[in-house]
Design a protein around this ligand. Structure first.
Ligand code: SF4
Length: 334
């Protein structure tokens, strides 16, 4: 029986499907609840503190002590959230949790000076219709550099990837760059990933080639998802990530019962052992290629909002680029 196709695709969903189609089904199609981890909630807290730092304070006012004050305020907010409560932290663990978040915020100041950053948007939700597929993603911060070019800044609270995995971890980055290009009409000159734990900044420079490849790859993933929904065929893909998988108890590879897998129930990716996610996506390329290539240079419907709220007005980001942003951070340069 065909399954409901997701209404939209985000960089994290693309990554999830490519990592394991079955886990993607459990999470995105079946919407099974996943337990939150302290690391996830801490990431939310640190993002919120840095968001407040830029939103409420002008250039010249953004000091480490101000950031820590904002962290305390953000912590007061997050303590009321169900996700934080579900962690069940005792007082000492809660203190340690906040101390570690403060360490990450302190590390942020070793990676850049927020007083020279020209932020024009915080927590911006970008959406673009790519040939019938709604691609959406939230950008932590959008800056203008000295040349007036757009720069995407993304905070990371997990570990930085090793050199061998760096390329793979940049996939979502290029999707954000593609979204920016499609919605704002300009490709960002740079994407900066700030790994706060390791105090490492990784920069990627999007190009016409990377945008085109990202469009093709995203369309191929979308096509593969549609086909998997039509045939109810989401196959498990065993990898090191299985150790962290929230659905391991349901996975047939590890003795779980659901859902019914039409092919590849032997714990591999297919009856011949060759159909991994990459193969599934690769076979779908033909269907997605035409649309993706067309998307590479054409117009697409798109929108941008900040903070997940409805857009309320047009704001010229720079050079007349129209963007609807529901608010600008204090000190933002239009
Ligand atoms: S345990 Fe592994 S193979 Fe099974 S659903 Fe999770 S990630 Fe996929």
């Amino acid at each position: 029986m065909p399954l409901q196709v997701p209404r939209s695709l985000s960089p994290s969903k693309v990554t999830a499907f490519r990592s394991c189609p079955l886990a993607f089904r459990f999470s995105v199609i079946d919407r099974l609840p996943e337990p939150v981890s302290p690391a996830t909630v801490k990431g939310t807290l640190v993002h919120r503190a840095l968001e407040r730092l830029f939103w409420y304070h002008q250039q010249g006012e953004r000091s480490p002590s101000v950031a820590l004050s904002e962290l305390d305020l953000a912590f007061e907010e997050i303590k009321e959230d169900d996700e934080f409560r579900s962690l069940g932290l005792c007082e000492k663990d809660s203190d340690d949790f906040l101390d570690d978040a403060a360490t990450l915020v302190g590390h942020y100041f070793e990676l850049e000076d927020p007083n020279v950053a020209r932020a024009i948007g915080i927590e911006i939700l970008l959406e673009a219709d790519l040939d019938g597929m709604l691609l959406r993603g939230i950008i932590d911060r959008l800056d203008l550099d000295d040349s007036g070019d757009l720069v995407i800044v993304d905070y990371k609270t997990g570990r930085a990837p090793g050199v061998t995995h760096e390329h793979g971890r940049l996939g979502p980055v290029h999707t954000y760059a593609l979204l920016c290009e499609r919605v704002l009409g300009r490709r960002p000159s740079k994407v900066r990933l700030l790994y706060l734990r390791d105090r490492i900044a990784i920069e990627a420079v999007p190009s016409e080639q990377s945008s085109r490849a990202t469009g093709v790859r995203t369309a191929a993933v979308w096509s593969a998802i549609c086909r998997a929904c039509a045939t109810d065929d989401f196959r498990p893909h065993v990898s090191a990530l299985c150790g962290l998988c929230s659905f391991r108890h349901l996975c047939p590879v590890f003795g779980g019962e659901g859902p019914v897998i039409k092919n590849g129930t032997d714990g591999t990716d297919g009856t011949d052992g060759t159909d991994g996610p990459a193969d599934l996506v690769g076979r779908a390329c033909g269907a997605g290629l035409a649309g993706a290539e067309k998307a590479g240079g054409g117009e697409a419907g798109g929108g941008v909002t900040a903070g997940g709220e409805p857009a309320t007005g047009g704001v010229p980001v720079s050079g007349g680029v129209p963007a609807k942003v529901s608010g600008l951070p204090a000190g933002a340069t239009k």
